[in-house]
Design a protein around this ligand. Structure first.
Ligand SMILES: [Zn+2]
Ligand SMILES: [Zn+2]
Ligand SMILES: [Zn+2]
Length: 137
């Protein structure tokens, strides 16, 4: 994984909290909250204190290895930055709090078109759709 090479170069020791967090996130297709990361590491028998999880996430966001996802519900979630430019957006269920990924090339083209007319050099965008999931609707 490219993120692990970057950590090596940045001088982070193997077995540290940052590495454990990167490895866990690297196995996800989408985002996890800090609490879910904490629980996931415990389950994987690599327990890391919650404060260390938060510190690791801050450092990884600074290194641009991890992206903070704001789903609009006040819970910070995190997902790996994709090295290959894979790009998706999020659906959030207001009832059960589930977050799912979606992507749509038509949406990307529409955003590019709009961005092109705004006079900004736009390099990032966020789209979050909120409502009730299929189970909760
Ligand atoms: Zn995601
Ligand atoms: Zn739901
Ligand atoms: Zn997009």
């Amino acid at each position: 994984m490219q993120a692990l090479d970057t950590l090596d170069k940045a001088g982070y020791r193997r077995g540290g909290a940052r590495r454990a967090v990167v490895e866990l996130l690297g196995r996800q297709n989408c985002c996890l909250s800090a609490q879910e990361i904490f629980d996931g590491l415990r389950k994987a028998r690599r327990p890391v204190g919650i404060a260390s999880v938060y510190r690791a996430l801050d450092a990884l966001v600074d290194l641009r290895l991890v992206k903070r996802v704001d789903a609009g519900d006040g819970i910070a979630r995190f997902e790996p930055m994709s090295a290959d430019g894979e790009h998706h957006h999020h659906l959030v269920c207001r009832d059960c709090g589930k977050v799912e990924a979606f992507s749509d090339p038509r949406l990307e083209r529409a955003i590019d078109r709009v961005a092109g007319g705004l006079g900004y050099s736009v390099d990032e965008h966020e789209v979050v759709l909120t409502g009730a999931c299929a189970d909760c609707a």
